[in-house]
Design a protein around this ligand. Structure first.
Ligand SMILES: Cc1cc2nc3c(=O)[nH]c(=O)nc-3n(C[C@H](O)[C@H](O)[C@H](O)COP(=O)(O)OP(=O)(O)OC[C@H]3O[C@@H](n4cnc5c(N)ncnc54)[C@H](O)[C@@H]3O)c2cc1C
Length: 388
């Protein structure tokens, strides 16, 4: 049988969902590439930082997962350097491979806008495991330093700033505040003078989200003692001070930046239409501009639903991955591809300890321990599905 070869670049939420669709579809040979050997569960970074989980809980070994699937699907741990649409080839650091269909699922990294002077050098991130680990270790040593030097003397305040009040910034702020408020108090250590400030240029936190979710989240963040500073644009970050566009200053000891993403498209023989976040602008079938057999899914694509841009989430990455793979299978059977845009089934935000706020199908808002349990069920279900 003349097998069609599908190449998937990126083995994370999007890429692995696409790969799974080809299970037992022996008419396809599927090569999944990733520069890492593990899939980093970014959605669980908040638990990792809070010491409730370790590296093995927030990573999935890609090779072991792919080995669970049928032998027509293979994992190749190599970084893809570029692709050529003319020759239908990808080039890795050591070889080149031809494809019939290409799925780009290379995700995104934290965007440190270069016009914010000093931002990259002076702030921490969580978008890669390496950065999350570095952040966790720094946060712990910061607290250690604080309790050994300052806690009982109350010499001065200790300021933590989170730049960017989107989903990840809010979750991390809440988790840090919760650790400081509860865990250290439980140990008999009074962490007085620890200030956490969430900064964002938008009018509110969680821009674009349902008003009820924003309201419930603000309430929870305030109860954790978090200061919220919206409509505030950062101009510069020095070693210990944040300078805003209006020249107001905010001293800090520790800074995290989660203020946006920059997609990671792959170099190619042609230039494709990208948006300001470097995401491929795709059509309703996730084709990149002018290509019939090259697709982009997940965070590396600007996905729209009824002309509305869909926020980059694990959910939309998974759904776009499945849809593209199903459509490739349909095309091979001479069936029409189906236009299926991501549906936000629900969104749950962890807000410190066993507390979350969430919404189901844009209708039902759930708060507190129940919402936390639902979030855990969703993430555990995902892990069970992927664990070897
Ligand atoms: C702290 C935090 C909390 C979040 N919480 C939620 C949440 O609660 N719910 C939710 O839905 N979303 C959440 N998100 C967003 C979610 O994690 C992303 O939307 C999701 O990871 C996107 O998946 P992806 O498959 O498109 O890309 P990614 O997960 O970014 O994966 C891309 C993969 O491509 C690989 N790769 C990149 N370039 C190359 C190359 N050249 N060659 C080979 N391999 C390459 C990378 O190694 C990586 O494995 C959160 C994000 C963060 C940071």
């Amino acid at each position: 049988m003349n097998k069609k070869r599908v190449i998937i670049i990126g083995a994370s939420y999007g890429g692995l969902h696409a790969a799974k669709e080809f299970n037992k579809k022996d008419e396809f040979e599927v090569l999944v590439f990733d520069k890492k050997s593990f899939h980093y569960l970014q959605t669980e970074a908040y638990d990792f930082i809070a010491n409730k989980s370790n590296i093995s809980d927030i990573t999935i070994d890609i090779g072991s997962y792919i080995n669970k699937l049928s032998p027509n699907i293979k994992f190749i741990k190599q970084m893809v350097l570029n692709f050529c649409s003319q020759t239908k080839t990808i080039q890795t650091s050591s070889s080149s491979y031809t494809f019939d269909y290409l799925i780009i699922a290379t995700g995104a990294r934290t965007n440190f806008p270069p016009f914010i002077k000093g931002l990259r050098e002076n702030s921490n991130g969580v978008k890669t495991l390496f950065r999350a680990l570095g952040f966790k270790q720094k946060f712990e040593s910061t607290i250690y330093e604080y309790i050994t030097n300052n806690a009982f003397e109350h010499q001065r305040d200790y300021n933590i700033i989170i730049g960017g009040a989107g989903l990840s910034g809010v979750e991390i702020a809440a988790e840090m505040a919760y650790i400081i408020q509860t865990d250290f108090t439980r140990l008999g250590i009074r962490c007085l003078g620890f200030n956490i400030t969430l900064v964002d240029g938008a009018d509110s936190i969680l821009p674009g989200m349902d008003r009820r979710i924003i309201y419930a989240t603000v309430k929870r963040l305030k109860s954790l003692g978090i200061h919220i500073k919206t409509k505030s644009f950062i101009k510069e970050v020095s070693q210990n001070e944040l300078i805003f566009n209006d020249d107001n200053k905010l001293p800090y000891d520790f800074m995290i930046f989660t203020g946006g993403i920059k997609a990671e498209p792959i170099a190619s023989d042609k230039e494709y239409k990208l948006n300001k976040f470097n995401q491929y602008i795709v059509d309703d079938f996730y084709h990149i501009e002018g290509e019939e057999s090259i697709f982009a899914i997940g965070d590396v694509a600007q996905i729209t639903n009824d002309s509305q841009i869909v926020p980059p989430t694990a959910q939309s990455a998974e759904q776009s991955g499945s849809v593209v793979a199903q459509n490739i299978i349909r095309i091979s059977k001479n069936q029409q591809p189906q236009k299926k845009l991501p549906i936000m089934r629900g969104m749950f935000i962890a807000l410190g300890g066993k507390y979350a706020v969430g919404i189901l199908y844009d209708k039902i808002v759930i708060k507190g321990y129940i919402a936390y349990l639902i979030k855990k069920v969703i993430t555990n279900f995902y892990k069970v599905f992927l664990k070897p």
